[in-house]
Design a protein around this ligand. Sequence first.
Ligand code: GAR
Length: 192
Amino acid sequence: MNTQKKVAILLSGGGSNMVKLVESMGPDHPARPVLVMSNDPQAGGLQKAAALGVATDAVDHRPFGKDRAAFEAALIEKLDAVQPDIICLAGFMRILTEGFIRHYEGRMLNIHPSLLPKYKGLHTHARALEAGDTEAGCSVHEVTAELDDGPILGQARVAILPGDTPETLAARVLVEEHKLYPAMLREFATRG
Ligand code: GAR
């Protein structure tokens, strides 16, 4: 019997973090990827996941309009069909309601591109530059009902350099995200 925990990954964009997570889950890993899901059927990350041999699916959020509960019910139905032990948000850009989060409480992780508790929400790198910070980074945390607020599992830091723009800083932080998230997933899957 396969004792590896089942991981579902949710993304909205290019999915570079998803690729690193999937690549990290080899045969000796405590978890394995079973599904990559997106709210955007055109998300580049879905093709990358398929190329890696992982099942993919999407629930387009647009037809649901403002009805977040109905969108999330459709998402939950597809996710629960594969009975995930762990959900990884990896650049998933829809705000999730408390109902969804409670459904997966204690088994959902997120990567956020700031040194939480600083800069919850969007435009983290521009805000760090505007504030005159000397360092930036990323955080992996458990997802709780409050946005970007759950227990922090780990962080990685980078220096902010003279001349940095939000783009150059994002690229430097992303390199660290690609190391931090796989490390934190392994730890979480081992302990849980
Ligand atoms: C990453 O930088 C991730 O930290 C960020 O989106 C990017 C996704 O890149 N997530 C958030 O801002 C969540 N609010 P990727 O699709 O290449 O992994």
